[in-house]
Design a protein around this ligand. Structure first.
Ligand SMILES: Cc1cc2nc3c(=O)[nH]c(=O)nc-3n(C[C@H](O)[C@H](O)[C@H](O)COP(=O)(O)OP(=O)(O)OC[C@H]3O[C@@H](n4cnc5c(N)ncnc54)[C@H](O)[C@@H]3O)c2cc1C
Length: 411
């Protein structure tokens, strides 16, 4: 078994951070990625938020009722296309069951810990010289259009402050004073919540920086792009080999960090994971004269406007529509319409690059990290980070490495 390496499936932000952390712990690592480069899946052009305070899962009390109303609206932030797919219905049922205050609080606390660990590690990496990924601690302003939503946010701040978040509630004038670009925002504004220490960066550039970092640190990490994992050979309760179209690779430990591809791979290993794609969209464009300095979330419309590397990134939508990654032209047109109506001077919309990606989502919003119960003994998961994969990547890799170190101490 000496030649067998730790095989990580997936070169998105989760796979890359896992590779770095495991190789730093002394493991020889091979990353297998079906596409031609890193960050070609959900990590490609996401919203860029290192959202260390806004970690609450999507599933919460009241969400099912809101979601029903959204089904009737053309530009709704969420969309469901029912399919003949048991996995979709099971996911929805489990999501529905997670829509209560207790589950939301428990999930928030777990995600908070992962997020703070991520923040500490990114601080350390930046102090060691990691750069080139348009990072800024620019702060985040979440805007509320209506008084009722603002009041609800005020109540929600208490839960976040219990966890340790530093936030302040602002009225509409204070929001405009803080972010002068709001002068270009159309429609009503009741107020907002400002979190000064939230950060922003380009996730794809971060992935490339981590790749360079592994090389510069001289870590034993091999990248094999254009290699799709298509199956596994099991023996004595362990994954012995991973099958690629051109042959097999011996496997010491297998880490699934394959984003939405993780569910299908796990099925081949006899496991049913509660993982389903939540499709989202982004537009990336040159800045206009009204580019905000802060990251701004329009809460009721669920649209994010973020300045990343002097450009405007707009991200939105969480559609439960299966595995098709291609942008739905009607969804893109709807997003363009909303940007044009609400914030016409923030960016040069006519030059916007359009993108759609599939968030690997669990029903309760909590990722699957560590040993897979009932799975082969050398199988490890780092999957299901949903809307927070960039934020949670370094903390999740740390958790995985610690669990693996504990289990492998006797090897
Ligand atoms: C519109 C949008 C906005 C978002 N905004 C934010 C944000 O602001 N902040 C934040 O923290 N998160 C955000 N996210 C979420 C974040 O992008 C994801 O959680 C994260 O990228 C998931 O990373 P991953 O590595 O698990 O998956 P991916 O990046 O998808 O990587 C998985 C990789 O595995 C590969 N793969 C799959 N199957 C196989 C196989 N069989 N063999 C070989 N390779 C395989 C895929 O090709 C892919 O490259 C957003 C997502 C979207 C869609």
């Amino acid at each position: 078994m000496d030649e067998a390496r730790v095989l990580i499936v997936g070169a998105g932000v989760i796979g890359l951070c896992s590779a770095w952390r495991l190789a730093r712990a002394g493991w020889p690592v091979t990353v297998l990625e079906r596409r031609g480069e890193a960050a070609a899946g959900a990590s490609h052009a996401n919203g860029g938020q290192l959202s260390y305070s806004y970690v609450a899962p999507l599933a919460d009390a009241g969400v099912p009722a809101k979601a029903l109303a959204w089904l009737l609206s053309a530009d709704a932030p969420m969309r469901l296309r029912p399919r003949w797919d048991a996995a979709q219905w099971q996911w929805l049922w489990r999501f529905y069951r997670a829509c209560n205050r207790e589950a939301n609080r428990a999930g928030s606390a777990q995600l908070w810990r992962l997020a703070q660990s991520s923040r500490q590690q990114l601080d350390a990496l930046r102090a060691e010289g990691l750069d080139g990924f348009a990072w800024r601690r620019n702060g985040k302003l979440v805007l509320y259009r209506g008084a009722a939503a603002l009041e609800h946010a005020r109540q929600g701040m208490a839960a976040l402050s219990e966890l340790g978040a530093r936030q302040r509630l602002l009225d509409a004038d204070a929001c405009r004073a803080l972010e002068p670009a709001l002068a270009g925002l159309s429609g009503p504004l009741a107020g907002g919540v400002h979190t000064p220490d939230e950060e922003v960066a380009d996730c794809r550039l971060f992935c490339l920086a981590m790749q360079r970092r592994m090389r510069d640190e001289g870590l034993d990490v091999e990248f094999r792009f254009g290699e799709e994992v298509v199956g596994f050979e099991l023996a004595q309760g362990r994954v012995r080999q991973v099958w690629l179209p051109g042959g097999a690779l011996p496997c010491r430990h297998l880490v699934l960090a394959a984003g939405v591809g993780g569910a299908g791979l796990a099925r081949k290993l006899g496991l049913r994971l509660p993982l389903y794609p939540l499709k989202g969209y982004s537009l990336d464009m040159p800045a206009g004269e009204g580019l905000p300095a802060l990251s701004v979330t329009d809460f009721e419309r669920k649209i994010l406007y973020a300045p990343i590397g002097g450009r405007l990134r707009v991200a939105a939508a969480a559609d439960l529509v299966g595995y098709d990654e291609s942008p739905d032209p009607r969804r893109v047109a709807g997003l363009r319409r909303q940007v044009m109506r609400d914030w016409p001077r923030a960016g040069r919309l006519e030059q916007a690059a359009e993108w759609a990606g599939l968030r690997p989502a669990t029903p309760d919003g909590v990722p699957l990290i560590g040993r897979a119960p009932g799975g082969p003994a050398n199988l490890w998961l780092n999957l299901g980070h949903g809307a927070l994969g960039f934020t949670l990547a370094l903390g999740s890799a740390e958790r995985l490495a610690r669990e693996m170190a504990g289990e492998m101490a006797g090897e």
